[in-house]
Design a protein around this ligand. Structure first.
Ligand code: CA
Length: 229
């Protein structure tokens, strides 16, 4: 659910905006002072900012400028004066939209929805997608090097992670311990293939329901291991 911050010193207006947005399913917070609004917009996690221009402490111009520098979220600026709106446009502060008071609440809701949709599309299409490997209950986010086992995030050491990911990316293929050792530890590493056995055991303890009957990393006797799909 999208979270909206309204920075507005006129309480009646702020409350009205909040009511309408909440009726449309949004979560809404209000800041009545500019400095508080600025601090919250930057430090908390909001999806959209509705920003009045004339505010005590810090005005809407300054808030817009500072939020733009640090956050990527739609900013809708609100003012009672058409002239001010023109002025903001001229300053190029990076607000996404401008609304002149008085406006109808339904118009505000429509604009909020449009901007949230647009941002979602932008983030969805332009933002880099994480590289995922998903096999049954195991989800590996290669970009973030994070692993979830049945929906629960689980911590792996660097080598455990490398080994698990390598096997999961090459499912149904049998690898010997020598092959796995070469692949994960490289040649520069001093050690022996018993390291592989130890790491497989650790991985199983983290991903298998019953380590005696592995559902993911199978032992192929006399050969090595394979990740079963
Ligand atoms: Ca005001």
């Amino acid at each position: 659910m999208s979270k909206i911050l309204i920075v507005e010193d006129e309480e009646a207006i702020a409350d009205l905006e909040k009511d309408y947005l909440e009726l449309s399913g949004f979560t809404v917070e209000i800041a009545n002072q500019g400095d508080v609004g600025l601090e919250r917009a930057i430090n908390e996690d909001f999806d959209l900012l509705i920003l009045d221009l004339m505010l005590p402490q810090v005005d809407g111009f300054e808030i817009c400028r500072q939020v733009r520098q640090q956050k990527n979220m739609p900013i809708l600026m609100v003012s009672a004066k058409k002239d001010d709106i023109d002025k903001i446009r001229g300053l190029g502060l990076g607000a996404d939209d401008y609304i002149t008071k008085p406006f109808s609440p339904s118009e505000l809701v429509a604009r909020v929805k449009a901007h949230l949709d647009r941002y979602e599309r932008l983030v969805g299409s332009v933002g880099p997608k994480n590289d995922l490997v998903e096999i049954r209950g195991i989800k590996i986010d290669k970009t973030a090097r994070r692993v979830w086992v049945n929906g629960e995030e689980t911590t792996f050491t660097t080598k455990e992670y490398d080994l698990l990911t390598f096997l999961a990316e090459n499912p149904n293929r049998v690898f010997t311990k020598e092959e796995l050792f070469r692949e994960i530890w490289n040649m520069e590493s001093v050690g022996d293939i018993a390291t592989v056995t130890v790491h497989i055991k650790k991985i199983r303890e983290k991903i298998e329901f019953d380590t005696a009957k592995p559902q993911y990393v199978e032992t192929i006797w006399g050969v090595g291991y394979r990740f079963k799909v």
